[in-house]
Design a protein around this ligand. Structure first.
Ligand SMILES: Nc1nc(=O)c2c([nH]1)NC[C@@H]1CN(c3ccc(C(=O)N[C@@H](CCC(=O)O)C(=O)O)cc3)CN21
Ligand SMILES: CC(C)C(=O)C(=O)O
Ligand SMILES: [Mg+2]
Length: 276
């Protein structure tokens, strides 16, 4: 079992932390069975599962639904659930209540919030409620309208200083790890050396203490856009299309289903039915 303590232990040992998203039971079971350290039920499900253009529409109810499904398929991985847009922005009370809902109803082991300096108080309050918090800074997708798109962060000196200040604020607040998304690799290296808690990179280079990726991107099962950092290890969309094509052909030709896919009936019973 990978626990909240394993994050820091991995950093100390110099062992890279592996994390992938999953949004449902079947995929979570495969990911969990593949010796992944941690599973993220990301609000990226708004784009990948629900088909929205951003993560902003995702609700607490959506997150709870997917977190519960993922947890049923997980035995070993540490499961983190994203707090969705507007679930922690209004007040600290809201932040604690919604983090608590993800734990209690979504059954996850920890929660992730986007932001640094400006949400450090909320992070502290959630941790005081005994809920482990993962930070997320750099390209925070819930800020897409402020950034003017999904843009790499930290290329100007003020932005880079802000990302460093955010990392330090989250470490001070007690976060157990921080996702660094879409920042220059050398900035991520600097931050990873500066703070004691592990950094989990996505589009932040190889010097982070761990890596996270959207599962559908890795599998080649999402094609609306492909961020530069999303390595495709295969093309599952193409394979699925091939399988479905075979199914369609076989049904049309009558070669599926075969005898072995069909249930038998007792011959005496059949005779009775025929004679009626
Ligand atoms: N499938 C999927 N993968 C992700 O990594 C992901 C999501 N969805 N949804 C939530 C956010 C959105 N993310 C994104 C989306 C687009 C880019 C992108 O197109 N980036 C450009 C650079 C743009 C610029 O800096 O101007 C790139 O080429 O990578 C990056 C991250 C990352 N997250
Ligand atoms: C991209 C990762 C870090 C995320 O927040 C998500 O999948 O929602
Ligand atoms: Mg997210």
């Amino acid at each position: 079992m990978f626990t909240v303590n394993s994050f820091m232990e991995s950093k100390i040992k110099g062992e890279k932390i592996t994390m992938l998203t999953a949004y449902d039971y079947s995929m979570a079971k495969i990911v969990d069975g593949s010796s992944i350290d941690s599973i993220l039920v990301g609000d990226s499900l708004g784009m990948v599962v629900q088909g929205y253009e951003s993560t902003l529409e995702v609700t607490m109810e959506d997150m709870i639904y997917h977190c519960r499904a993922v947890r049923r398929g997980t035995k070993n991985a540490f499961v983190v659930g994203d707090l969705p847009f507007m679930s922690y922005h209004i007040s600290t009370e809201d932040a604690i209540r919604n983090a608590g809902r993800l734990i209690q109803e979504g059954k996850v082991h920890g929660v992730k919030l986007e932001g640094g300096v400006e949400i450090a108080d909320k992070v502290k309050a959630i941790i005081n409620a005994q809920i482990p918090v993962m930070g997320h800074i750099g390209l925070t997708p819930q800020s897409v309208n402020m950034f003017g798109g999904f843009k790499v962060q930290g290329n100007e000196v003020q932005r880079a200083r802000k990302v460093i200040a955010d990392a330090i604020a989250l470490e001070k607040a007690g976060a157990f790890a921080i996702v660094l998304e879409a920042i220059p690799g050398k900035l991520a290296k600097l931050i990873s050396e500066k703070i004691a808690i592990p950094t989990i990179g996505i589009g932040a280079g190889k010097h982070c203490d761990g890596q996270v990726l959207v599962l559908n991107d890795l599998l080649g099962m999402y094609s609306d856009f492909t961020p530069k950092f999303a390595k495709r290890y295969g093309n599952l969309s193409r394979e699925i299309t091939t399988f479905i094509g075979q199914y369609v052909n076989e049904v049309k030709q009558g070669s599926f289903p075969e005898e072995k896919h069909t249930f038998d009936i007792n011959e005496d019973l059949l005779k009775i039915l025929r004679d009626e």
